[in-house]
Ligand binder design. Structure first.
Ligand code: 2RA
Length: 332
């Protein structure tokens, strides 16, 4: 099967990785069309599929594709995704449709079968997808009752401009110059910022609420108790998360390790005696989400665990998950 694949937002951080991941996983791309707005149309881009000239986006052209990946803003997706989906399968990386009842929200390790049920599919928020891969095997084995997440999120969550601002800020700071902030609410270099996306009436940010809303939808557990504190830290592209769970059944760290060791998408990295645990420096550019620091939680005792996860925000948090959705869609 040789598919005509379109990527809208190909020059962005997620778009670039989408193309890399398709190539690396031998996704059956027959023809690849990269779309952008007037600003980038006509420019060329080096890709693993050769030098590509970026086409001016139009619904009519995009509809001709078999599969279209959207790695652009929610506003763009809101306007155009349903129209493109009249012709092509659309996998949208924005938050525009994630909570719509008739749009599947997919992490293929969990609910990949839904990829065959719709022409418009939502890719989850990066923080949610990374946590979900680690939590799902524990949910299946022990039943999750409560989930409390604290995140350590990389600059890449704000795209290439976010990564650029971090690098420029680090360089400026090292030279003793002032560090400016445009992408982030405050300078990120030499700082941590407990603020990602907009504040909601309940005091949580939208990023934090996405973890609650999206985890419930992906797990098919509308009442699961999930809360999150989302924090931006000055690293480039891998999100880490400290997670506390309370479980329905008795759980031990050994039993949790056993469940995680055989789970898809997870790499168990848990040997603290030898200083081995998940870290962004190792999880970056890896497909699997690292999980470790697994221990009995002091508050929930034998019905609770603490763990630490690290997953590449641009891969499992975005491009890899999107390509895996496409793989599930074309699977026999
Ligand atoms: C972030 N979750 O890390 C966002 C990106 N999708 O900013």
């Amino acid at each position: 099967e040789n598919l005509h694949v379109g990527v809208i937002g190909a020059t962005g951080a997620v778009g670039v990785e989408l193309i890399n991941v398709m190539f690396d996983r031998n996704f059956p791309v027959g023809e690849l069309t990269l779309f952008a707005s007037e600003r980038s149309a006509g420019k060329t881009m080096e890709t693993k599929y050769g030098t590509k000239t970026i086409a001016l986006f139009s619904v009519e052209e995009a509809k001709q594709c078999d599969i279209v990946f959207l790695a652009v803003s929610g506003d763009f997706a809101k306007e155009f995704a349903p129209q493109i989906a009249k012709g092509a399968l659309v996998i949208d990386n924005s938050s525009a449709f994630r909570m719509d009842d008739d749009v599947p929200l997919i992490v293929p390790e969990i609910n990949g079968a839904l990829a065959k049920t719709a022409k418009l599919i939502a890719n989850p928020n990066c923080t949610t997808a990374i946590a979900a891969v680690a939590l799902w095997p524990l949910h299946q084995a022990f039943g999750l009752k409560k989930v409390i997440v604290s995140t350590y999120q990389a600059a890449s969550g704000a795209g290439q401009p976010g990564m650029n601002e971090l690098r420029e800020g680090l360089a400026a700071g090292l030279e003793g110059k002032p560090v400016s902030a445009e992408v982030f609410a405050h300078p990120l270099a030499f700082n941590v910022i407990p603020h990602i996306d907009s504040f909601q009436e309940n005091g949580y940010t939208r990023e934090e609420m996405k973890v609650t809303w999206e985890t419930r939808k992906i797990f098919g557990e509308p009442n699961l108790a999930v809360s999150c504190t989302a924090v931006r830290i000055p690293i480039e592209r891998t999100h880490s998360e400290a997670i506390v769970i309370e479980t329905e059944k008795v759980v031990t760290p050994a039993a949790a390790r056993e469940a995680l060791a055989k789970a898809k998408g997870v790499k168990l990295v848990d040997d603290p005696a030898n200083n081995v645990y998940p870290m962004p420096i190792n999880a970056t550019k890896q497909y699997d989400v690292e999980v470790g620091r697994i221990r009995t939680n002091l508050i929930f005792g034998d019905h609770g665990l603490e763990l630490f996860v690290a997953g590449d925000q641009l891969l499992k948090g975005a491009a890899l998950n999107a390509v895996q959705i496409a793989e599930a869609y074309i699977a026999d």
